[in-house]
Design a protein around this ligand. Sequence first.
Ligand SMILES: [Zn+2]
Length: 147
Amino acid sequence: MTEHQQRAMALATLIEGFGVKEITPTRIRIYEEAMESVLTPLLCLAVKKALARRTFLPRPAELLVDAEACRQEIFDANPFTSCEECRESSNWLTVIDESGIERLYRCPCRERWLQKLKALGVVARITSPNGVALVAGSRNGDPEWTS
Ligand SMILES: [Zn+2]
């Protein structure tokens, strides 16, 4: 199933799940556009949450609230914890390069955590265009960057 199909299926499930009889192309498009910035895994979770907790078909703004709640739950369930090797140095490790200069680099455990968040659909990218590392995802998968 393509990502587009997954999104369409999630929205169809939402609308069908609330027993809405008049499924118009316009209504579908409104939801598609409103949820455009939500990553597909989060959209699917938001639909599940809405079906489990809401009585009536959520408006797009309410579904966005559900998506944000799902995103926050994933972040809360997957906090970053440094590995043994970098725990004392705030995730930085030291290496001596060939000219004898001491250099700092990020421990790979951080990268593994970011990859995990990406796989869970919480963040879209794990590095910015200029290579700055992501510290945390923000609403709708827009990343926040370290300086
Ligand atoms: Zn580490």
